[in-house]
Write a protein that binds this ligand. Structure first.
Ligand code: NAD
Ligand code: WQD
Length: 353
């Protein structure tokens, strides 16, 4: 039986959905679970804690006051995944985050990435078909655009991927597209730009294992004294200050986009069974701008030096997000300063400060 909401406006979904979130204890997944609860939906989470911890479940409960319906399932295990989904009742849609995401590791161990990211997605589609679930939001990435002239929109051509990780995202998009042609499946592929920041409560955030590859955790770890110096990878790019430009999107804004995207499917607002949306801010920020934003909002100096370029980096990319604004009714609410501030509060929380 459906639980109906009090109507917020005539475009809003009027009832509660039951949504399965794979990888729901991870960085973006955990924030999305919080926003799904905030929007009144029922959530079922699976994860195998490959890159997350059980404490995240308690912290989601502290934030939302809702107990998370969690099961440890590895999406590489097709039988276990199918048995799990078949035993569930009334799931309306899936948001699929579970994947590996380290670009460098994917170069060293491509099969690990194809097995989990592509194989796991195929297993999930089989399991969904068996369980009669026909709606999915998929975590894609701006990496599919490679080096392109920004701002990039969803029609920007996708060149050959530059890493096995990037290729897994391209392949999964193709798998999902092809499967919409042969089934009742409805898909939104969400191409994230650079997700950063943490929840205002500082109870959930990104947990980089080992030395971070990404800029923002490296900034916060340097500022707190865990790393001695941040190396800016090159200041000789053809950008105004010579450092690379990216589109840093706050993870809470990103999480809210998932609520809109899944409701978009439920309300059958799509014209095609397979839709793609860029999720970014539309604003490019350079590495130096990111560092200076951090220093401004925290009052803490970052010890950084200019180094050589990192292999594989592109000079600049940022999104055109008009499609998400026009069709999903979503836009970002937070700026780079808020990304930096919440990342810092999270880093201090991790350090027990
Ligand atoms: P994350 O590693 O924090 O979360 C992924 C979660 O999936 C983890 O909790 C992990 O334990 C789980 N998982 C991995 N393999 C699994 C398996 N076989 N079975 C069950 N659970 C499994 O990563 P994230 O940053 O939250 O990214 C979520 C998704 O978004 C990924 O698909 C990633 O590729 C994509 N993405 C991330 C970024 C980014 O910069 N963070 C950018 C673009 C796209
Ligand atoms: C941002 C900028 C670096 C670290 C990666 C993945 C991509 C996507 C998002 C998943 C770049 C510079 C960084 C440092 C630096 N993930 N930098 N010093 O490379 O844009 O994208 O995350 O889909 O696939 O490749 O993000 O945070 O690593 O780098 O100067 O110590 O910061 O050169 O210009 P990137 P990033």
């Amino acid at each position: 039986m459906r639980t109906y909401f009090k109507p917020k406006n005539k475009l809003a979904l009027l009832y509660k959905m039951k949504i399965l979130v794979t990888g729901g204890t991870g960085y973006i997944g955990s924030h999305t679970v919080v926003e799904l609860f905030n929007a009144g939906h029922e959530v079922v989470v699976i994860d195998n804690f490959d890159n997350s911890y059980p404490e995240v479940l308690e912290n989601i409960e502290k934030i939302t006051g809702k107990k998370v319906d969690f099961t440890n399932v590895d999406i590489r295990n097709k039988q276990a995944l199918t048995d799990f989904l078949m035993a569930q009742k009334g799931i309306d849609a899936v948001i699929h985050f579970a994947a590996f995401k380290a670009v460098g590791e994917s170069v060293e161990n491509p099969l690990k990435y194809y097995e989990n990211n592509v194989g796991g997605t195929v297993n999930l589609l089989y399991a969904m078909e068996a369980a009669g679930i026909h709606q999915i939001a998929f975590s894609s990435s701006c990496t599919v655009y490679g080096e392109a002239n920004p701002p990039v929109d969803e029609n920007t051509p996708r060149p050959a991927a530059q890493s096995p990780y990037g290729n897994t995202k391209q392949i999964c998009e193709e798998v999902l597209f092809d499967y919409t042609k042969a089934s009742n499946l409805k898909v939104v592929s969400l191409r994230y730009f650079n997700p950063v920041g943490a929840h205002d409560s500082a109870l959930i955030g990104e947990l980089p294992i080992g030395i971070p590859n990404n800029l923002v955790p490296f900034i916060t770890q340097t500022a707190i004294g865990k790393r001695e110096v941040l190396t800016v990878f090159g200041n000789d790019y053809p950008t105004p200050d010579g450092t690379c430009i990216r589109d840093y999107i706050h993870v809470v804004d990103l999480a809210k986009a998932h609520v809109k995207a899944i409701e978009f499917l439920e309300m059958k607002k799509y014209t095609d069974a397979y839709s793609v949306f860029n999720l970014g801010t539309g604003q490019g920020s350079s590495v130096l701008e990111a560092i200076h934003s951090f220093e401004k909002v925290t009052g803490v100096k970052v010890n950084y030096k200019i180094g050589t370029r990192r292999a594989g980096d592109i000079a600049q990319i940022y999104a055109n997000c008009d499609k998400a604004t026009n069709e999903l009714g979503w836009k970002t609410e937070r700026d780079l300063d808020n990304c930096m501030l919440t990342s810092w509060i999270w880093e201090k929380h991790l350090a027990g400060k």
